[in-house]
Design a protein around this ligand. Structure first.
Ligand code: SF4
Ligand code: SF4
Length: 471
């Protein structure tokens, strides 16, 4: 694999003191020592037409749209067996149209995502795509809260090796300490156990030094105080974060969607330090695509030719510190639409961004859904409840202004919404997976990175369903 070796050789020349990068390198400055390279951090059109950015700090040119691989399509009638032929087709199309960043994790889709991505990717030259996966050791703590640092180390090494096997590679372009922060990541104490006391962070940094990990970062959900702690490690020179993945969209920018994250704060802190930003949930698990007619009309005033999903992606990618925008795509239709949005990116002006962050975010917030992104972190429920399926029926109806109110007037409009909700609810899951089977054990609650009070929301849904059936 000649391409891989030359990439590593190039990498070695970039390494400084084992950290992989020189602290203080400007991401946004032009690379005057390499006249043939494009200006760093400025969107360029690739040969395929998609917008990319060259990052001086990493030496990579990355497509501004990345393929998030947590929502790969399943075979018809199955919710466990992935449709490999469809995934191969999506991968080939993505690559042919200039997407070169593919993000997965060991537990996405029960581990099937890594396997399917590996099968699809290995049919192409390794240097033609970049793989990102994660150290998802928060799962070890969820399974056994008493786990020792030694056990964490052993399991983490095994998980890393498993990712190599599944993704059919012996190096990762981007590797993340997964889900550190609050929520299901467990905050600072969990990070200390998972990565510091276990020795896993040192082990990962050694891998970076050897070129087996090209760039090391973390993905974050949670409280800004935890974020400050992780960034302080960078400032103090204990670890150099090459990139950081955060949840960012026009609603979370300052509207603080889940009560803890504030994307603007996180983004600004990263940009200050020239750390490239990878964005997750730019469409909030699809909620920003399924908007009300009123919101759609308002968005059309910003860009009449763009869909709500396209505008949400455009908003995120218009920020100069964003390296790539991960969208979890499930079919060719979504992939083609998203590629069109980025081919090339129609960067929003500051005024247009401001409208998105204020008027449009406020309008969305007025009919704010529960905010489930269907990440499945809370699953499985030991009592068989399909948590995301329940929550997302409510979310879809809320964000489309179709939520029936059984305590209001029972007019024609109510009857329409009632019928719509009950039909969607019936079709979304098997009867034994419905909210009524939740016994409020609370096991799912701490696992939700969005901070959703799951048992309470399920109870509300169950109450609503009962009322709707009676009216
Ligand atoms: S609280 Fe309800 S949904 Fe959550 S794990 Fe327990 S039974 Fe399942
Ligand atoms: S409830 Fe939370 S953890 Fe569960 S799928 Fe939704 S966002 Fe993810």
């Amino acid at each position: 694999m000649a391409g891989k070796i030359s990439r590593r050789d190039a990498l070695k020349t970039m390494m400084v003191g084992g950290t992989g990068l020189a602290l203080g390198t400007s991401v946004f400055s032009c690379n005057s020592s390499a006249p043939s390279a494009p200006a760093a951090g400025v969107p360029q059109s690739s040969a395929e037409g998609i917008s990319t950015k060259y990052w001086e700090s990493t030496g990579d040119t990355v497509s501004l749209l990345g393929l998030g691989c947590m929502r790969f399509p399943f075979m018809e009638g199955s919710d466990t067996v992935l449709d490999q032929a469809a995934i191969n087709e999506m991968f080939d199309y993505a690559l042919a149209h200039g997407i070169n960043y593919f993000d997965t994790a060991p537990f996405y889709q029960g581990g099937e995502s890594e396997i399917a991505l590996g099968i699809a990717a290995v049919r192409h030259p390794r240097e033609s795509y970049m793989l990102a996966t994660k150290m998802s050791s928060h799962h070890f703590l969820q399974d056994n809260p008493q786990i020792s640092a030694e056990e964490i180390y052993e399991k983490s090494v095994a998980l890393y090796n498993q990712s190599c096997e599944r993704l059919r590679t012996d190096y990762f372009d981007y590797y993340l300490c997964h889900n550190i922060g609050g929520g299901s990541g467990g905050g600072i104490p969990s990070f200390e156990l998972r990565f510091i006391r276990s020795g896993v962070l040192n082990w990962l940094m050694e891998k970076r030094q050897r070129g087996e990990i090209r760039h090391l970062g973390f993905s974050f959900h949670g409280d800004y105080r935890a974020f400050d702690h992780f960034i302080a490690l960078h400032d103090q020179g204990q670890v150099h974060w090459d990139f950081v993945q955060i949840q960012m969209n026009y609603y979370d920018w300052t509207y603080v969607g889940n009560g803890t994250d504030n994307a603007k704060y996180l983004y600004d802190e990263l940009v200050k330090r020239n750390i490239p930003v990878v964005v997750m949930e730019p469409i909030r698990g699809g909620a920003l695509a399924r908007v009300s007619d009123a919101l759609r009309d308002r968005m059309a005033q910003v860009r009449p030719d763009m869909s709500p999903a396209g505008l949400a992606l455009d908003y995120v990618a218009s920020h100069p510190g964003v390296m790539t925008t991960l969208s979890g795509m499930s079919n060719m239709e979504q992939l083609i639409e998203n590629i069109n949005t980025f081919s090339p990116l129609q960067t929003l002006s500051e005024d247009e961004q401001a409208v998105m962050e204020t008027d449009i975010a406020r309008l969305f917030g007025e009919n704010r859904p529960i905010g489930c992104t269907a990440c499945d972190y809370c699953m499985p429920c030991p009592y068989g409840v399909n948590i995301p399926a329940n929550l997302r029926v409510a979310d879809a109806c809320t964000s489309q202004l179709n939520m029936p109110n059984p305590d209001g007037e029972h007019d024609k409009e109510y009857m329409r919404k009632r019928r719509l909700f009950l039909n969607r609810y019936k079709n979304a899951m098997e009867p034994e997976q419905r909210a009524e089977f939740c016994i409020n054990c609370g096991q799912c609650q701490p696992k939700c990175p969005q901070g959703i009070r799951i048992p309470r929301e399920l109870e509300k849904i169950q109450t609503l369903v009962e009322k709707l059936k009676r009216t």
